[in-house]
Every structure is written in structure tokens, then in C-alpha cells.
Design a protein around this ligand. Structure first.
Ligand code: FRU
Length: 325
């Protein structure tokens, strides 16, 4: 059989796999890549270090990858190195967070303004447009943080009886203090809308310590389907809702293959999002479980094929040797 030429894909991931959303992104890329034997995928993880992410991308440019995928840490610092790759003719796919340049080939991610709209509309309808909200925002250097908050504001501002106070989560450790201060100064909070499920759950824990977790409805974002993820937290009644924010791992690989094959792709590739609450949490996790079951079946089958190939090769070599003798 004629081997297909190899496609080398370099993926620069900004955040470590201690973060389950990142781990899920890396894993779905690996699974998708394993379905295409012609793909050689290299993942470099920058561990929240911009300097390292720039170095990782520099290395991929030097190694002349066929396609570069970047999950950027911030919006500005990576612009020069991304533009450098693009100018050298390497197709560049940006995933999740945006960068402040248009010199890349394709962007892939869910629409974070839409995510904010969904959260806003949910609260409006549940509260009959009368509520006190505490918003826990992300820092302003990451585009999903800015866009989620903007989308949320666009909806909430239309309703005079909805009041919103915002605090910023600088990191997961400081959220406790800031949130506790906010809890103490706001005797009535109906909803907490947090930048992601991790922060929403931290807020839930803090509220629980004050005995206030039952009077507040917590809404997060990500909707990961793992034991510590948002879907389970909805099932456990900790979060009232989470908004699915897909990682786009397998879609990124599919886009990369198209680009390597010189196919046309859209500049903006939007991933779907959906609100998950107690009504659909079971259905969603069953669906995700099914998909991962199918993926692991495929992996098992691939291993069986590899074993067969090995046996065949040994047999083939043996026959060659015997005929030679
Ligand atoms: C994970 C994460 C997610 C969030 C995304 C936004 O690192 O913080 O929780 O949805 O990044 O970039």
C-alpha cells in the first residue's frame, strides 16, 4: 500500500492540563488525529507562560510544521509570532481566545457574546425580570471574558428591575476573598453568573460556608462532562445551569487537514453552544458518554489493527528469511 504523505500539525496550548477544559481540548485533538494515520501532531503546553508560548510557536515555525494551531493565552502578546508564522505561509488556526490581528488563516470557537446572551435571557425568564445578580468576570485581557460579560450586559441592561454588581476573578485563589466580601456586602443575591464553571463552583463552596448556597442560583460556563465538570454540578444541584462551551479539539484537527490539503476554509468557524440545566443535563451527559464510548471503541479497534500488522510483519519477515535460506 502507498503511504499518504505526512501532515505535521503543531498545536500550541496556553494552559496546562490541570485545567480539565484544556485537557479535554488536547485529548479530543489527539483522538481526532489518531483517526488519520497521515497526521503527525505535536502538542506544546505553555503552562500559562506567554514567553514559553512564544518560544513554542517559534520552534514550530522553525520545524516548518504544515499547519499551526494556537490556543492563545492573551490577545496581544502573541501577535508578532502569529504574524510571523502567517507571513511565512504556514496556515494558522486560532482556537477559543481571539488575537488582536487579522493575520491568521482561520478562527474556531463558540460565540462568547452569544454565551452571555444565553445566560442573560435565562435569568430574565427565570426571575420574571426582577433580580439581584452578582457577576464574576474574568480579567480583561482574555477575549472570552470580555465578550461573555458584554453579551450578558446587553440583555440585562434592558430590564430596570434587574440589578447587577460585578467583581473580577483575578485567579482562583482570590475569588474566595472577593466573593466573600461581596456576599457580606450584599444581603440579597439571587443569581451568581460566573466566567466559568470552576469559578461558579468556588463561589458555591464559599456561599455554602456562609449557609447561603440555597438562596442563590449559580450559573457557570463550559459544561464539561467529567466528575468535576459543570454537567455533574448541575445534576448535583450546585449549579442551576451551565452553558456549553465546546473546546473544538476535533474540529481544529479537521480544519487543519483541510488547510494542509489546500482546501478553502471559512475565516470564522463558530462552534455551537447550548444551555444545560436540570431539564437536559441527563440527556447531555448520556450523549457525551456515548461519543466517548465510541471513541474508545475506535481506539481499541486501532490497537487491534496495529497488533495484526505487527504479527503480519513478523510472519512476512519469517517467510522472507525462510525463502532466502
Ligand atoms: C479554560 C478556560 C475555560 C474557558 C476558556 C476561555 O482554560 O478558562 O474555562 O471557557 O478557558 O478561554
Amino acid at each position: 500500500t502507498k503511504e499518504k504523505p505526512t501532515i505535521s500539525i503543531g498545536f500550541s496550548q496556553s494552559i496546562s492540563e490541570d485545567d480539565s477544559w484544556r485537557k479535554s481540548m488536547d485529548n479530543t485533538m489527539k483522538v481526532e488525529a489518531s483517526l488519520h494515520p497521515e497526521i503527525d501532531l505535536t502538542i506544546s503546553i505553555a503552562n500559562v507562560n506567554t514567553k514559553k508560548q512564544i518560544e513554542d510557536i517559534e520552534k514550530m515555525i522553525k520545524n516548518q510544521v504544515d499547519v499551526l494551531i494556537v490556543a492563545p493565552l492573551g490577545s496581544d502578546s502573541l501577535v508578532p509570532v502569529i504574524e510571523k508564522a502567517y507571513r511565512r505561509g504556514i496556515p494558522v488556526i486560532i482556537v477559543d481566545r481571539k488575537v488582536n490581528t487579522s493575520n491568521y488563516t482561520a478562527f474556531l470557537g463558540a460565540d462568547n457574546v452569544e454565551v452571555g446572551h444565553i445566560a442573560g435571557k435565562y435569568i430574565v425568564s427565570m426571575s420574571k425580570a426582577r433580580a439581584n445578580i452578582l457577576e464574576i468576570k474574568a480579567t480583561t485581557d482574555i477575549s472570552p471574558g470580555v465578550e461573555r460579560s458584554l453579551g450578558f450586559k446587553q440583555i440585562i441592561d434592558q430590564y430596570p428591575n434587574i440589578k447587577k454588581t460585578s467583581i473580577t476573578a483575578l485567579d482562583l485563589a482570590s475569588i474566595n476573598n472577593d466573593f466573600i466580601k461581596a456576599l457580606d456586602s450584599m444581603p440579597k443575591i439571587d443569581y451568581v453568573f460566573a466566567f466559568n464553571d470552576i469559578i461558579a463552583l468556588q463561589a458555591w463552596e464559599a456561599a455554602k460556608r456562609k449557609g447561603r448556597e440555597k438562596s442563590i442560583k449559580f450559573i457557570g460556563i463550559d459544561g464539561l462532562n467529567d466528575p468535576n465538570g459543570g454537567i455533574q454540578a448541575v445534576k448535583d444541584g450546585k449549579l442551576t445551569a451551565t452553558i456549553l462551551y465546546p473546546t473544538g479539539g476535533s474540529e481544529a484537527i479537521k480544519l487543519a487537514i483541510k488547510l494542509a490539503n489546500k482546501e478553502m476554509v471559512a475565516k470564522n468557524n463558530v462552534l455551537n453552544t447550548i444551555l444545560i440545566d436540570s431539564l437536559n443535563a441527563d440527556i447531555m451527559s448520556n450523549q457525551f458518554d456515548k461519543v466517548s464510548q465510541q471513541q474508545s471503541n475506535i481506539e481499541t479497534q486501532q490497537n487491534v489493527i496495529k497488533e495484526q500488522e505487527k504479527k503480519y510483519l513478523t510472519l512476512y519477515n519469517l517467510i522472507k528469511l525462510l525463502t532466502f535460506l
